[in-house]
Write a protein of this length. Structure first.
Length: 168
């Protein structure tokens, strides 16, 4: 079974997955081995948007050269996938993320295998379901999910946890 076919039950880490970027290209998450990864489901027009993008940008600026990667996943069943919406997301993400780290994924229901895996590793307060935009999963250098944070957890509130993983 290839990485693209791996299921959440067979996967050992995020490095076992292949996801589609916003342009429809396959991206193997094994490229992030040895990096600390913050996976965030993002939105372009929600109440938490401006503060999250500002703080994600600050984290990327401070830790990007030290091994932090921020992967942004606008939910395909929540986000407007028009070119205008995708362009807005890219502009909001800069400098928090590079354009090639903007991916599309279905988060709930018939969720993408990566999100099934993430949720199986760290359920939320009310179960595995992603309740709102800006839910965050912090992943260690080995590709294992370390923590899950609710939408209301600001990116800067998890900075100490990111620092610890980068130093490990």
């Amino acid at each position: 079974m290839g990485a693209a076919e791996s299921s959440s039950k067979l996967a050992g880490s995020i490095h076992d997955f292949v996801v589609k970027d916003a342009r429809g290209n396959d991206v193997e998450l094994s490229r992030y081995k040895g990096k600390v990864v913050l996976i965030v489901n993002v939105a372009s027009r929600r109440g938490l948007t401006n503060s999250n993008y500002t703080e994600l940008g600050l984290l990327h600026e401070k830790y990007g050269d030290k091994g932090l990667e921020i992967l942004a996943f606008p939910c395909t069943n929540l986000v407007d996938k028009s070119q205008v919406a995708m362009s807005r997301l890219r502009s909001l993400l800069a400098p928090a993320s590079k354009q090639d780290t903007l991916f599309l994924a279905r988060l709930n229901g018939n969720a993408a295998p990566l999100y099934k895996f993430l949720k199986s590793q760290k359920g939320g307060l009310f179960g595995e379901r992603i309740k709102w935009n800006f839910t965050k999963f912090l992943v260690g250098k080995d590709g294992h999910v370390v923590s899950r944070y609710a939408s209301t957890s600001s990116p800067l509130s998890i900075e100490n946890n990111i620092q610890k993983l980068l130093e490990a």
